[in-house]
Design a protein around this ligand. Structure first.
Ligand SMILES: [Zn+2]
Length: 311
């Protein structure tokens, strides 16, 4: 308990120290915390601890803290809500050069975003830097951060790392500079989002083109994740069990924007009350096209929070 209070205090102090960087936004966000800090009686203390646990679900998700592996799969929760609030886009670039998913017979576990050598790369959320390493045949100079929201993010191919392992960072802190190190042709940022070591499509959370998050939350469901990866593996002719995470991370990045840029998959998160018809109209496509892309039947019912491909 005392340890937690300490951590919270350190976090609060770090935040206050970081104030000059972001100015008003952080000031506004900081205000309620300051008020809480002043009223540290036992009731407030309980609430504070509750808030801290609530804001740092990563503690429940990960058993240990290790600087050994870039990622390593651990038990997945049945479902988990990842808060995307208080994010910062890792780069101001809006140009994707490669999507998540199958690529040249391999799985590409992240998004490639066009950046130039020396461009500032920033922490997507607050958290603690777990890995700062160089991998000549893979990620190049890369950084892994474990965030309080439970996600881990990986930033690869940088020319310079600006943080050290075990360092606390806030969303938006510069963590490195854009580059072309490791297995990469042409400078770009390779960006991954992982939960318990499992790579999730960053495009379901970050919309680089619009420099925004897709929603306030990303809802992870183990059963639908497993269903989708089984399908993806079948399509690639890999059996489900045989694939280790090790050798399919090899980066063969291409600096040129993907040729079918306009046809890149886009996703729509279903809101309450929406129908296939209203979504099709909103996204400028047809009901048939959405049904086909998502293998839906006429009788399929949409669930709020469901993610649909729309092109
Ligand atoms: Zn990549």
């Amino acid at each position: 308990m005392i340890k937690k209070i300490k951590i919270f205090t350190i976090l609060a102090i770090t935040t206050i120290c970081a104030l000059p960087m972001k100015g008003q936004d952080l000031l506004a966000r900081q205000a309620p915390v300051d008020r809480k800090m002043k009223a540290v009686d036992s009731v407030a203390l309980q609430r504070l601890i509750f808030t801290e646990n609530f804001e740092s679900p990563a503690e429940d998700l990960y058993e240990d803290w290790s600087n050994k592996y870039a990622h390593h799969e651990t038990a997945l929760p049945d479902s988990f809500r990842i808060s995307l609030k208080d994010f910062c886009m890792p780069t101001t670039s809006r140009v994707l050069t490669s999507n998540f998913g199958a690529r040249w017979g391999r799985q590409h576990k992240g998004l490639d975003i066009k950046v130039y050598i020396g461009d500032t790369i920033r922490a997507a959320f607050s958290g603690k830097v777990r890995i700062v390493r160089y991998e000549a045949r893979g990620y190049g100079k890369y950084v892994v951060i474990r965030h309080h929201n439970g996600l881990e993010t990986i930033y690869g191919h940088m020319s310079k790392q600006l943080v050290t392992e075990d360092q606390e960072v806030r969303a938006g802190d510069p963590i490195g500079l854009g580059g072309n190190t490791g297995r990469s042709t042409g400078s770009h940022l390779h960006f991954e989002t992982r939960l318990c070591g499992v790579a999730l499509n960053p495009a379901l959370m970050f919309d680089f083109r619009n420099q925004d998050v897709v929603d306030d939350y990303y809802m992870f469901h183990k059963d639908s994740y497993q269903r989708e990866s089984a399908v993806a593996n079948r399509l690639r002719g890999v059996n489900n069990s045989g694939l280790s995470s090790g050798d399919d991370d090899i980066e063969m990045a291409n600096a040129a924007p993907v040729a079918n840029y306009a046809q890149e998959s886009r996703f729509h998160k279903v809101k309450k009350g929406e129908t296939l018809y209203s979504i099709a109209r909103k996204r400028g496509t047809s009901v048939d096209a959405i049904m086909k892309l998502n293998h839906l039947k006429k009788t399929s019912r949409l669930q709020p929070g469901q993610i649909l491909k729309y092109n």
